[in-house]
Design a protein around this ligand. Structure first.
Ligand SMILES: Nc1ncnc2c1ncn2[C@@H]1O[C@H](COP(=O)(O)OP(=O)(O)OP(=O)(O)O)[C@@H](O)[C@H]1O
Length: 224
């Protein structure tokens, strides 16, 4: 069973032009896939549909075999538990410590403090920032802040990791470090879908690439 299925998906915002048109693709469990295309091609729209922040105007979307096209609002919080999201500007809370930022999804899910502590430490250890758990985000570099954003996304052990331009603000060396982290999580079974317009980075990493242009899929290249 595919992790992600898009069948004839279209998206119009406010009844105007089509941001996405007749989009068809599957992502299998355990795959790592790049989503690329020019600014406005529809990359963020695909991710927002998968987060159930938007609904498709046409077609059908299924995640792990479950149709999410018309997910009832009351089911959205449960649905989102299987998804970790990494943002370009990481969206950390700047008045909370690294530990508290990473713990937030667990607190929302009602984890016990002991369980939360154990899992936050495990996530911080994986991204190499365990020693910074008491720091405030402002005391960290941009690359470190992005790693904390990744720890927060994976702390609940989601089946699927979505990232929108996660290296957008980072230099090439830091971008490569961040990509290695995504590859590490992919290697242990997490399905990863990454939107990026950094063609040089994408070419180096040799994963499958879905290419959008004006809301249409114009390329689907398997890893070289
Ligand atoms: N909430 C919205 N209301 C109206 N139009 C929108 C909305 N969100 C996106 N759009 C439009 O839909 C199209 C696709 O946008 P989207 O953000 O998905 O593209 P993108 O490939 O992620 O671009 P970028 O790399 O610039 O973020 C664009 O023309 C955009 O202006």
């Amino acid at each position: 069973m595919a992790m992600i299925e898009f069948a004839h998906v279209g998206k119009r915002y406010g009844g105007r032009f089509e941001a996405l048109a007749d989009l068809n693709f599957n992502v299998e469990r355990g795959e790592m896939v790049f989503l690329t295309g020019h600014s406005g091609a529809g990359k963020s729209s695909v991710l927002r549909l998968l987060m159930a922040l938007e609904r498709p105007s046409r077609g059908r979307i299924a995640v792990a075999g479950h149709d999410i096209t018309n997910l009832h609002v009351s089911h959205i919080p449960f649905y989102r538990r299987q998804i970790g999201v990494v943002y370009q500007n990481h969206q950390l809370l700047f008045d909370r410590s690294v530990f508290d930022n990473v713990a937030l999804p667990l607190v929302i899910q009602g984890a016990t403090p002991q369980d939360a502590r154990r899992r936050v430490h495990a996530a911080l250890d994986k991204i190499g920032l365990l020693h910074r758990e008491r720091a405030l985000p402002i005391e960290l570099s941009g690359g470190e802040q992005q790693r904390v954003g990744i720890a927060r996304a994976v702390v609940t052990k989601p089946a699927m990791l979505l990232a929108d331009e996660p290296t957008g603000n980072l230099d090439p060396q830091l971008s490569a470090d961040i990509m290695r982290l995504f590859e590490d999580f992919n290697r242990i079974g997490t399905t990863v879908l990454l939107a990026s317009h950094d063609l040089a980075l994408i070419a180096r990493l040799r994963h499958r690439v879905l290419k959008l242009r004006d809301g249409r899929l114009i390329g689907d290249e398997e890893a070289a």
